[in-house]
Design a protein around this ligand. Structure first.
Ligand SMILES: [Zn+2]
Length: 280
């Protein structure tokens, strides 16, 4: 994708609160359309982030239905009104824009509802340009799903969203499926990772704006209380998400908590309990 095309595509991917409503009501397909023919660089080497875990193959009862990846960004929200507590724009790039691949359904577990989220860093490369970020994402996915001895052997990329250096939130593992991002704590846990190593660098401002907007949105969508907004290091023995992102989260959650009384939900009082009823 050339720079001009990239800018144009980004323009339609800036989802405000109102656009999120359209997105969750099925307008994603139109927003997701993007055609380009630029050359891509070879995939970037995988990041060395060592702390995730798939949790073993799915049992028969956990086997997942095949998702419709084209419409499946926020499956539990279909038909429900969303009132985001923030007007911060969030750029969400559909999974189909960076990979045609599907998860390995024999190894993946149905999410069966989201009640918490966890923030990570990749401890790897932070890319900004569209094509470079696509390559980085493919490198991470190849590492996580690869079956070589030094690869992870997982069903798919570990996280549900990846925020690049430019502040785009790339849809990664479909939300219908449990992630592989916190050993022993993947159940009902939405995984968000920021590209970069925040023991060595600071998150980009665009990344933090995107993170705040995305967290606000998914908290609203899935009714996630502030007490269930975690960092990886709070759930396991790891340096992730790095001292600088950890410091941001420590400060930000205090600020976000001040708005908690105004954090109202318009969704009907039903708990997401099943994956979308798609079949293949
Ligand atoms: Zn982590």
């Amino acid at each position: 994708m050339c720079d001009d095309c990239r800018e144009a595509s980004q323009t339609v991917r800036v989802f405000t609160r109102r656009a999120m409503l359209a997105l969750t009501s099925g307008a994603l397909g139109a927003a997701a359309m993007g055609l380009w023919s630029c050359r891509r660089q070879p995939p970037a080497p995988p990041p060395p982030h060592p702390d995730e875990d798939e949790g073993g193959p799915a049992t028969t009862s956990q086997r997942a239905p095949a998702p419709d990846l084209g419409d499946e960004v926020f499956p539990d929200a279909a038909g429900h009104a969303i009132a985001s507590p923030t007007d911060a724009p969030v750029i969400i790039v559909p999974r189909a824009d960076w990979t045609p691949s599907r998860p390995n359904l024999n190894e993946i577990v149905v999410m069966n509802g989201i009640s918490r989220l966890t923030v990570h860093h990749t401890a790897g490369e932070q890319t900004n340009a569209w094509d470079a970020t696509v390559d980085t994402l493919q490198g991470i996915r190849n590492f996580h799903s690869g079956t070589q001895p030094d690869e992870r052997h997982w069903a798919d990329i570990a996280y549900h969203f990846v925020i690049d250096g430019a502040g785009r939130a790339w849809q990664a593992r479909p939300l219908a499926y449990q992630g592989a991002h916190v050993r022993g704590h993947n159940e009902h846990n939405l995984g968000i990772v920021l590209m970069g190593n925040f023991d060595k660098q600071f998150p980009a401002a665009a990344q933090l704006i995107a993170l705040a907007g995305l967290i606000a949105f998914v908290r609203q969508l899935y009714r996630i209380p502030m007490a269930e907004v975690h960092t990886h290091g709070e759930l396991g023995k790891t340096n992730c998400p790095g001292k600088n992102l950890q410091a941001f989260m420590d400060r930000a959650r205090k600020t976000w908590a001040l708005n908690e009384p105004a954090f109202t939900f318009t969704r009907p009082a039903t708990t997401p309990s099943t994956a979308p009823a798609t079949t293949q």
